[in-house]
Design a protein around this ligand. Structure first.
Ligand SMILES: *Cc1c(COP(=O)(O)O)cnc(C)c1O
Length: 506
């Protein structure tokens, strides 16, 4: 089966997977989706005998249909190597009644490495396949983790340049240091005076700016994206859900055919959407539990069927108060416009581009849209909830005191939401929580949750404390920034983003 891709806003324009990877976002502002959602063609028993790279090939080949076996296997070999500090790549740890799928063993210690280790290879392979003449310019908006993972992946990759925009006051100390110390002749990092949504809309706007694109094409550049709007980010993320299931099977934690739940700390909706694609590929999944922090627009959406970035709602979808963007201790989830939700909306609308277009136009003009009852029914495998700052801290502290296991703030949001779900639903299905970052990345918030005495110290000063408390050795990513030189200090207004791009590509 040769799967093609088209925009969520136009079913007719079809392109290959490699072309979709190159483009990132469709010209009409829609996201690329496969014509049909593919299904696994190997049994889960067969997959449970394979290592991470082989499972990755079996999953990714279904979606990236025009890559040859040799091309895809080459990309996988180069991505999942000793940049990861464990051969398992994504190990499972049981603690406090759930399995934590640790997705932070890559170079920048957040789950973004799972996809961004391979995206540069998928992209340069795609450039070759499609005889692309221009240099690829990766424009990236980051809530903290994508930026560094993309920089690490694309630094000094021939034929590419990368520019990252992050909210100047909206990321953790470690996240910022990781980005502003990035080396490489083809990289640029810019702080913006705004939040992540501002950065993301600014980048999306440049993708649809025909004048800017034409001007840069003349100079020999084309834009692409390393955000999870790129299908080349999403597909590698499907792999670890399948892998997690097969590990549980191999270790006799579940029986063949048993359903499991996934609980995912969510921001831009990319990670949990990958779990949805895994379910549609035939993975036995019961519930997809979407966990939000105080920026709980997704929780309100799952409760009411109304997505409203401007107003908070009660359970009946009635107005309760104005919604404001809140900076939390889980900054990578501080998002009010979850881009990838558009892909889910499109699918639950019955792959109907006209309905998707109408809803997205509502979001643009009114800041909100409401889905129909049939679409709501199609959401039955999802449920959503959220954790406040106090609840997040509580979860870190209790899991540490009960099991000695230290989790980061994002993972703790999911841990709290799962505990609440289990209590309220009495659903005792085996559950895997996506553990999206190393606690070292958010050392201060994590330690303060465990003991208030750490409040006066900063992230870097607390690294050794976290080391002695958790018994987990300090990751190389942290050792690196302790001594690295600051190489980027650009800050700009949101309106100046195109000028920064022009300056970088002069
Ligand atoms: C990006 C990120 C998330 C949110 O993932 P989405 O795919 O944007 O929903 C959660 N936790 C961490 C640590 C992240 O970096």
């Amino acid at each position: 089966m040769n799967i093609l891709y088209h925009s969520t806003r136009n079913n007719d324009l079809k392109i290959t997977a490699s072309q979709a990877v190159l483009k990132g976002l469709a010209d009409d502002g829609g996201l690329f989706v496969p014509d049909v959602l593919p299904r696994l063609d190997k049994s889960l028993e067969e997959l449970s005998e394979m290592d991470y790279k082989s499972v990755a090939y079996e999953v990714m080949k279904l979606f990236l249909a025009d890559y040859t076996e040799e091309e895809l296997k080459g990309c996988i070999e180069r991505a999942y190597d000793d940049k990861f500090d464990t051969e398992e790549i994504a190990p499972l740890t049981y603690a406090g009644g759930a399995y934590y799928l640790e997705l932070f063993h890559g170079a920048t210690i957040a789950f973004k490495d799972m996809a961004l280790s391979i995206l540069p290879h998928l992209m340069t392979t795609a450039a070759k396949k499609n005889a692309l003449k221009e240099e690829i310019v990766i424009l990236t908006a980051t809530s903290g983790d994508t930026g560094k993972a993309a920089l690490a992946g694309f630094a000094d990759v021939p034929g590419t340049r990368i520019m990252v925009f992050y909210p100047k006051n909206g990321v953790s100390k470690v996240q910022e240091l990781q980005m502003v110390t990035q080396k490489g002749a083809n990289v640029k990092v810019v702080g913006i005076k705004g939040n992540f949504d501002d950065a993301q809309s600014g980048v999306k706007k440049m993708f649809s700016d025909e004048e800017l694109k034409a001007e840069l094409k003349d100079k020999g550049f084309v834009f692409s994206s390393a955000n999870s709007i790129n299908i080349g980010r999403l597909v590698p993320q499907i792999v670890y859900y399948v892998y997690a299931y097969t590990r549980l099977l191999k270790e006799d934690r579940i029986k063949s055919g048993d359903k499991i739940n996934f609980c995912v700390p969510t921001g831009n909706f990319g990670n949990i959407l990958a779990a949805y694609y895994a379910k549609n590929a035939g993975l036995p999944v019961n519930k997809l539990i979407c966990a939000s922090n105080t920026n709980k627009v997704l929780f309100d959406f799952f409760e009411s069927g109304k997505y409203d970035k401007l107003h908070e709602m009660d359970g009946d979808g009635a107005f309760s108060k104005d919604r404001s963007f809140v900076l939390t201790t889980s900054p990578s989830m501080d998002i009010l416009i979850s881009s990838n939700l558009e892909r889910l909306i499109y699918h639950i609308a019955g792959d109907d581009d006209a309905r998707d277009r109408a809803l997205m136009a509502d979001l643009n003009s009114k800041g909100a849209y409401t889905i129909s009852d049939d679409m709501k029914e199609a959401l039955s495998s999802f449920c959503g909830d959220y954790a406040t700052e106090e609840q997040t801290a509580e979860k870190i502290a209790s899991l540490y005191s009960d099991c000695g296991y230290v989790i980061d703030t994002h993972t703790a949001v999911a841990g709290y939401v799962y505990d609440k779900y289990k209590k309220e639903s009495n659903d005792d299905t085996v559950t895997v929580i996506a553990s999206t970052a190393s606690p070292y990345k958010f050392a201060k918030s994590v330690l303060c949750a465990i003991d208030k005495k750490y409040a006066g110290m900063d992230d870097l000063a607390l690294i050794d404390e976290l080391n002695s408390l958790s018994g987990v050795s300090v990751p190389k990513a942290i050792e690196d920034i302790r001594k690295a030189e600051i190489l980027h200090d650009n800050v700009c207004e949101v309106s100046e983003m195109p000028a920064m791009v022009r300056g970088f590509l002069r």
